[in-house]
Design a protein around this ligand. Structure first.
Ligand code: BGC
Length: 411
């Protein structure tokens, strides 16, 4: 059986601005990380100082053998106050994209990866219908400034994650004694907003945000398409949902609400970005823990790389779009498990390709050990280790291994 990937297959790694840049002070999460009784394990702070060190990091990617870098531009830096667009921030990202091109790295740019400007989240975030035009206006400005250099565009990262997080919260019940509600109310107070209106992406109400996120992707697709060079799409957080006995109905419902409706809404797009980490098993009325004895990752996810093959098949079948795996990876201190996980995930990609599914690339999460949101810096998703005191980078064996796969275009 051939272990070669199709000619022109894209091989890359990914990051997101807030998780690696540092100093994202105009964003909603900066406030939430810094406040007393924060939901976050620790603040992002200087992160990996990728805002300044990107030339080094992009050169390192090239040396390792990768051909694509997926990263996000930060709305909170580009439009730190409503209607004020920072030319300096746009120039920064233009230099960054140009640096990819100079290194021979294909830039894949995400316009929204979880964080938003504080003013946006203070005023209802994605739960307010105004979000659609607000996001489209930002995309237009950034698209005009950067689009001629951009090779691949992702509008919104995981536009289905707010509904996923909300449904999991509802299925598990409100744990934590209202900690989330208290934090949101306090954040609203600190920034002079109204309690009940402060709505960050990952801890707001996914039911209210979903129609606006679907509409925002549609609108920004239209806005960006003539401004950028290459394909435009959205990325989705696609778990493989599996029903255990008694969980059939819940599974069907969750799969439609979290995966199905989003995949149906993107028919005709240039690609769908598939982002998969594990499977989720559902029993009667609840999310089941990983099976007894199963290996779990630092995120408490079951080690289950085969989920990627299943979600690639589902994404292609429902959306009809070509697939790019825009994220896949594992939080682990044991780098040998990262190689094992990625190898098995790629075996699944090959099986899907052999069955005629149009999969165009594999982008690993993540280039660097970085800020893993609520969990802080504990989970290690990076192919490259970062000493955050000195900001030294040290590629792990998995980085050389996957870079070699990329070079050979084969396992
Ligand atoms: C997100 C990343 C995150 C990764 C690992 C994805 O859902 O896009 O920002 O770090 O999962 O949890």
């Amino acid at each position: 059986m051939s272990t070669q990937f199709p000619n022109g297959f894209l091989w890359g790694t990914a990051t997101a601005a807030h998780q690696v840049e540092g100093g994202n002070t105009s964003s909603d999460l900066w406030l939430m990380e810094m406040m007393k009784d924060s939901l976050f394990a620790e603040p992002s702070g200087d992160a990996c100082d990728h805002y300044h060190l990107y030339p080094r990091d992009i050169a390192m990617l090239k040396q390792l053998g990768f051909g694509v870098y997926r990263f996000s531009i930060e709305w909170a830096r580009i439009e730190p106050e409503e209607g004020f667009f920072s030319t300096a921030a746009l120039d920064h990202y233009r230099r960054m994209i140009a640096c990819c091109l100079a290194e021979g790295i294909v830039p894949m740019v995400t316009f929204h990866h979880f964080t938003a400007p504080l003013w946006f989240t203070r005023d209802g975030g994605w739960e307010d219908a105004k979000s659609v035009d607000r996001f489209a206006r930002y995309c237009e400005r950034a698209g005009k400034a950067l689009g001629d250099l951009i090779a691949y565009t992702c509008t919104i990262n995981e536009s289905n994650i707010p509904i996923m997080v909300t449904m999991i919260r509802e299925a598990i019940g409100i744990a934590g004694g209202g900690k989330r509600e208290k934090a949101l109310a306090e954040a609203a107070r600190l920034c002079g907003g109204e309690a009940g209106r402060f709505a960050p992406y990952l801890s707001g109400n996914g039911h209210a945000a979903t129609p606006n996120l679907i509409a925002a992707h549609r609108k920004s697709y239209e806005v960006l398409k003539p401004l950028v060079n290459g394909p435009v799409g959205v990325t989705l957080a696609l778990n493989e949902f599996q029903a255990e006995e008694g969980g059939e109905e819940l599974c069907k419902m969750a799969d439609q609400a979290i995966n199905g409706q989003f995949l149906e809404s993107i028919k005709g797009d240039d690609f769908v970005g598939v982002q998969t980490y594990t499977r989720v098993r559902l029993g009667k009325g609840s999310v089941l823990p990983p099976p007894a004895g199963a290996e779990v990752t630092q995120m408490n996810y079951e080690f289950y790389p085969e989920a990627l093959e299943a979600t690639i098949r589902q994404a292609a079948r429902i959306s009809g779009c070509p697939v790019i795996v825009t994220e896949n990876g594992i939080g682990t201190e044991d780098d040998t498990r990262r190689i094992a996980y990625t190898h098995r995930a790629l075996d699944g990609v090959l099986r899907a390709i052999r069955d005629g599914i149009d999969v165009r690339g594999y982008i690993h999460w993540s280039m660097l050990d970085n800020y893993e949101w609520l969990e802080g810096y504990r989970p290690k998703f990076g192919l490259v280790e970062v000493d955050r005191e000195t900001q030294q980078r040290k590629p792990k064996p998995s980085a050389y291994w996957l870079g070699g796969v990329a070079q050979r275009n084969g396992l």
